[in-house]
Ligand binder design. Structure first.
Ligand SMILES: C[S@@+](CC[C@H](N)C(=O)[O-])C[C@H]1O[C@@H](n2cnc3c(N)ncnc32)[C@H](O)[C@@H]1O
Length: 288
């Protein structure tokens, strides 16, 4: 079946045929590749039909995560559906950075806000680790809110409050605002010009999760303004070419940056006071 499946995709535009076939077969048989090759597995018509209908969806250009309804993030599987951004590997670095910052200022009455939950991966990963910290996340998309709720249930996390609506209107009036010390976000940061050049399968993801006005900087600027106004720490993912533009607009603010695993400027930090930035934290975050 593996060979037949690969042949089926041979003339398609699917990026990595071997991996796509592997993931689909593992998914349909609910077994790992190692288990499948080390035992004799009989294939019934239903399973064969299922494998080929998933392959067909990939052949038509649908992203594999939408086809399977699952995306991998930080070594865990998350439910995903069309209408919700597929979590990216760079965002695992945002979680690692937020984990270091929250760990450094940890107290059990800490409140952490997230702007733009998407599938919930960022807040859920953090809420799982810091089980007595309160997390509150917002998303303007009802698909994202639904998916976050599904993932919250799958993980058995109870310290995340999921809110539907615009972060910048709703969080200002939230009872927990005065206790919020950290704001984390992977906001939409792609410019309209860059969006036009994205791969077709990326453009199947919701545009509102990817694109922001003002060269992709509008929401990042709103997040920095929010953090300065309310005196909260901001940890935010940014586009690899946006650091200089952000520094130009906020020359007076205490902003730091760090790189992702590919060496691109990717994470922005704002600390309301210097005492929060210990040498240990600087080393741990790799900020400059
Ligand atoms: C780049 S996605 C990030 C999703 C998820 N946190 C992740 O990293 O995979 C940005 C998310 O922000 C949401 N969003 C955009 N503007 C928002 C706003 N003003 N308030 C709340 N959510 C917003 C979008 O709907 C989208 O789900």
């Amino acid at each position: 079946m593996y060979r037949e499946a690969k042949k089926y995709l041979a003339d398609s535009s699917v990026d990595d045929i071997d991996l796509t076939v592997l993931f689909i077969i593992q998914h349909v048989f609910s077994s790992s590749y190692v288990e499948l090759v080390s035992h004799d597995v009989s294939v019934d018509c239903d399973q064969e039909r299922q494998v080929f209908s998933l392959l067909e969806a990939c052949k038509l250009g649908h992203p594999l995560a939408y086809v399977l309804g699952l995306a991998g993030f930080n070594g865990r599987e998350y439910a995903i559906q069309p209408g919700v951004l597929i979590p990216r590997p760079e965002t695992e670095g945002l979680v690692a950075s937020a984990r270091a910052v929250i760990g450094a200022i940890y107290s059990n009455n800490l409140v952490v806000f997230e702007c733009g939950l998407g599938s919930g991966v960022v807040s859920l990963e953090l809420a799982y680790i810091f089980s007595d910290v309160t997390f509150i996340g917002w998303d303007i998309s009802s698909d994202a809110v639904d998916t976050s709720r599904i993932n919250m249930q799958r993980m058995g996390v109870s310290n995340l409050m999921i809110e539907h609506g615009d972060f910048f209107s709703l969080s200002q009036a939230h009872d927990a605002l005065s206790s919020c010390r950290v704001l984390v976000s992977n906001p939409p940061y792609v410019s309209l010009a860059d969006y036009a050049h994205l791969d077709d399968h990326v453009r199947q993801e919701p545009m509102a999760a990817l694109v922001a006005p003002d060269n992709g900087l509008a929401i990042i600027f709103q997040l920095i303004d929010f953090a300065i106004q309310h005196g909260v720490i901001l940890i935010c993912e940014i586009g690899s070419d946006q650091r200089a533009l952000i520094l130009e607009a906020y020359s007076q603010a205490r902003l730091f940056f760090s790189k992702d695993l590919s060496g691109h400027d990717r994470y922005l930090f704002y600390f309301p006071n210097c005492d929060l930035v210990s040498q240990k934290l600087i080393d741990e975050l790799g900020i400059f």
